[in-house]
Structures are given as C-alpha cells and as structure tokens.
Design a protein around this ligand. Structure first.
Ligand code: FPP
Length: 237
C-alpha cells in the first residue's frame, strides 16, 4: 500500500492537555485518552509494517509539572502497564524503555519490568517508551559508560566510531526515519537527539488523542513525498 515505509517511527505525544481543555475535561482525562490512543495506534503502526515505534511518554523535564499531574501520570503508567501488558503481548509487540530509572517510583519500575519481561520474545514490532528521558542526558550517560570502559581497558579511543557509540545509548536502536509531533508544535524538546540525526519531520496540528489510524496513514502518505538525500545530491534529476 505504501511504497516507502519508515523502519523506525518516533512520535512526540503532544496536546493531551489542550484536547481535554477544549472539551472542558481535566488534563488527566486527556492523558487517559492519550494512552488509549497509543494502544490503538501502536497496533496499527506495526500492522502497516513499521518495525520500531518510539514514543515520548515523560521527559526528565516533565517532573517540573505540578505534583498532582506527575502523580497522575505515574499512576497511569503503573495502571496501564499492569493492565495492558497482556494487550501488547497478545499483539506480539515487544515493549522496551529508554530513560533513567532514578527518580522513578518503585511501583513504576516494577510495572515497567513486568511488561518488558512478558513481551521480551515478541517479534511483531518494538515499542520503545521514553520515560524519564532526556536526549542530552542519554548522550552524556553513554559518554560516561565509554570513559569507564576505557579506564577498565575494555576500549581504546581508536575503537570509538558512530556505530560503537550507538551501542552505549539506552537502547541499541536503528536511526529514526520519520518523526511526528502532534498538536502543531515545532520543537524536538530533547527527544532522541542522536537517533533523529537524519529523520524526516512531520508536524500535524491535531492533538495526540485524535491522532488515529487515519491520521497516521496520512502521515505515511506525506512520507512518500520526501526525498531523503542524507547530504548527497542525485545529479540525474
Ligand atoms: C503531552 O501532552 C503528553 C505528556 C506529557 C504525557 C504523554 C502521556 C501519554 C500519552 C499517556 C501515557 C503514555 C504511555 C506511553 C504510557 P501535554 O500534557 O503536554 O498537552 P498540552 O501541551 O496540550 O498541555
């Protein structure tokens, strides 16, 4: 159906709050609806043949939000991962996480562990959930691990290539082909800076809870039109 298919799609799930506000609902309701949508959407994305889907669920900076909102989101993660781990498992989706575990509540880490373990052998698509995540921090953390390995004589500086550096990131993922940020904001917000180096960007104006299967297919249509040159030029054109 689509001639060009991105191997790795990433989505910045933005606009849950505004979606709720427009309907006179609480921000929490917007996040709930966002989570519900993510379930439906991930199934569809993998059905289309995409192999990797990375989503920005909670940034390191999101801890600056009100205590109530942070608590609501953490509760939602616990509830969602516990209740819906069987959904992802049934859909043959492998769930992994990127981010720092420090600052996360014990029950959140436990729910994350459970869904990771249950889905570890699935091969119908990899859902990478970025939680307590910062792209700059990820690069710093990788650098620290590399320095440690150099000090322990496991590495020397000549061995450090782009490919090797990638392996020190939170997850060893292929580069992102297509980055989508919903809600009409045009920012990267510290999201997967390394992996987005050559991504095509797409900024639909709708809020994440409304970014459904049809909206994703429209995004794929837009991707068909992109001419990815990676800094090169096609002189035959
Ligand atoms: C951005 O909307 C969204 C978030 C900070 C949280 C994203 C969380 C979900 C979609 C639900 C759970 C997801 C997973 C993966 C378990 P916003 O609050 O910034 O909206 P606004 O910009 O309109 O205020």
């Amino acid at each position: 159906m689509f001639e060009k298919l991105p191997n790795h799609v990433a989505i910045i799930l933005d606009g849950n709050g505004r979606w709720a506000k427009e309907r006179n609902l609480s921000r929490s309701k917007g996040h709930e609806e966002g989570f519900r949508n993510l379930k439906r959407l991930s199934k569809h994305v993998f059905k289309r043949g995409v192999k990797y889907l990375s989503v920005y669920a909670f940034s390191e900076e999101n801890f600056k939000r009100s205590r109530d909102e942070v608590k609501f989101l953490m509760d939602l993660f616990v509830k969602g991962f516990k209740k819906d781990k069987t959904f992802f498992h049934k859909e043959n989706i492998k769930v992994i996480f990127s981010g720092r575990e420090d600052k996360l509540r014990k029950d959140v880490k436990q729910a994350m562990d459970e869904i990771v373990k249950l889905t570890a052998n699935n091969n119908g698509g990899i859902l990478n959930i970025c939680l307590n995540y910062s792209g700059q921090r990820e690069i710093v953390d990788a650098t620290i691990k590399i320095i440690n390995d150099i000090q322990n004589n496991k590495l020397n500086t000549e061995m450090i290539t782009k490919e090797l550096f990638s392996k020190y990131l939170y997850q060893d993922l292929p580069e992102i082909d297509f980055l989508i940020r919903t809600s009409g904001e045009y920012r990267l917000s510290n999201f997967m800076l390394w992996q987005n180096a050559y991504a095509e960007f797409y900024f639909p104006s709708i809020y994440f809870p409304d970014f459904n299967e049809k909206a994703f297919d429209e995004a794929l249509l837009e991707y068909q039109k992109r001419d990815r040159r990676y800094g090169n030029i096609d002189y035959s054109k």
